[in-house]
Write a protein that binds this ligand. Structure first.
Ligand SMILES: Cc1cc2nc3c(=O)[nH]c(=O)nc-3n(C[C@H](O)[C@H](O)[C@H](O)COP(=O)(O)O)c2cc1C
Length: 215
């Protein structure tokens, strides 16, 4: 008896955005999370997590994240709204010590309401940008907005925003000989649905460089 190994195939063009979204968040795993703090128009704080997040360039040091149009009311989220006006933001990071509070920062509050307060996280001043850093994050990237690309103005349509990291802050205990120690950092990523992923179970494989293969 032969075992069937059938693939299911889906066209995405005519799908509801929610169906496509489930393929994205169920397949692109694990995802790093940027907890992005910005300044509201009246000078108060805004903070929210974004797992559509990646590094883009080392020099200049560029990162990118992707806020989608809100499915609740078809409006732009507060984070991009603030970044397009203020031209700056801070990337904070999720750890085993802060992920439950970070989850609360994803609550959809009215514009101008401070998710630092809602989640009992602590804003501290940055050195270059006006947006606050999150004290409970062991690493901070102070960023200046670089550019963005938009893919539409309807719910579920996304955009990519890039920022140049002009200043990095890292807790002393995490930093050794120019490297960040993963165990001390204890980062947490995003999984499918409501999953969060701890990075405590890792494997190590030496990378084969061309020079080693030729030996
Ligand atoms: C772990 C996590 C990751 C998230 N990643 C994203 C994302 O990549 N893009 C997005 O548009 N929303 C994402 N969200 C939802 C936003 O955090 C949420 O819409 C938030 O209210 C946006 O806040 P703002 O309006 O203050 O910008 C995520 C939520 C959680 C809990």
């Amino acid at each position: 008896m032969t075992k069937e190994n059938k693939m299911l195939s889906f066209d995405t063009k005519n799908n509801e955005f929610k169906d496509n979204y489930k393929f994205l968040i169920g397949s692109i795993l694990p995802r790093p999370i940027a907890v992005i703090s910005t300044r509201n128009e009246d000078g108060t704080n805004n903070i929210a997590p974004f797992s559509f997040f990646t590094a883009v360039s080392a020099s200049p040091m560029i990162v990118a994240f992707c806020p989608m149009i809100k499915s609740s009311n078809g409006e732009m989220k507060d984070t991009p709204r603030n970044i397009f006006r203020e031209k700056e933001f801070v990337v904070n990071f999720v750890t085993e010590d802060n992920y439950e509070k970070v989850n609360l920062t994803s609550t959809e509050l009215a514009y101008g309401e401070d998710e630092f307060e809602l989640s009992s996280l602590t804003p501290i001043p940055s050195e270059v940008v006006k947006a606050s850093r999150m004290k409970e994050s062991p690493i901070h990237f102070e960023c200046i907005y670089r550019d963005h690309l938009s893919y539409g103005d309807n719910p579920g349509q996304g955009q990519i925003i890039t920022g140049e990291v002009v200043k990095v802050h890292v807790k002393k205990e995490l930093y050794e000989s120019g490297r960040i120690l993963t165990d001390e950092f204890s980062p947490v990523g995003r999984g499918s649905g409501n999953d969060w992923i701890k990075c405590s179970d890792r494997v190590q494989i030496e990378r084969l460089m061309k020079s080693q293969i030729q030996k």
